[in-house]
Design a protein around this ligand. Sequence first.
Ligand code: GTP
Ligand code: MG
Length: 179
Amino acid sequence: MNLFQNAKFFTTVNHLKDLPDTPAEIAFVGRSNAGKSSAINTLTNHVRLAYVSKTPGRTQHINFFELENGNFMVDLPGYGYAQVPEAIRAHWVKLLGDYLQQRRQLIGLILIMDSRHPLKALDIQMLDFFHITGRPVHILLSKADKLSKNDQIKTLAAVKNHSNPTPSVKKSAFNCSPA
Ligand SMILES: Nc1nc2c(ncn2[C@@H]2O[C@H](COP(=O)(O)OP(=O)(O)OP(=O)(O)O)[C@@H](O)[C@H]2O)c(=O)[nH]1
Ligand SMILES: [Mg+2]
């Protein structure tokens, strides 16, 4: 049975003190508009479990989705989106940083990157930042449908060859196009 199929929305959190008590969770991170929420919907085979938008900055809180086995997927706000008031942006950055650094139940990350713009400075910072925790990261290249087959292969190879040192980083190309 597909573990993700019967995932359910559990809660949304805007302050670390409100984080739910979970056994284990994996979080989806990446730049704003990279396709984090879409990836969750594709994995769970839902159209609107996580909210998706053409406009960057859609996911503004930490959203928890419970899997059938009692573990959780976590949809995080994106980084690198400049068009929000500074006070809100600063709150997101702190919320995200504190969550990634302090969350004991966080057993790994899915880092989503738009396959047309992989490995931006903030993505590399994220990899370096999370590497310190020693936990695994899976890089998912989204919007693969926007590239030719040849460019998909080249991009995946370039990302695989990226010098970031951790063997715990796995990489794959992925298409979560609603079409
Ligand atoms: N063509 C195509 N479009 C995609 C794909 N994945 C996501 N999108 C589109 O990209 C836009 C952003 O998707 P979201 O899933 O909302 O991105 P996000 O990373 O959650 O964005 P924030 O919550 O704002 O950080 C939407 O218009 C999606 O339909 C994909 O694989 N292919
Ligand atoms: Mg989102």
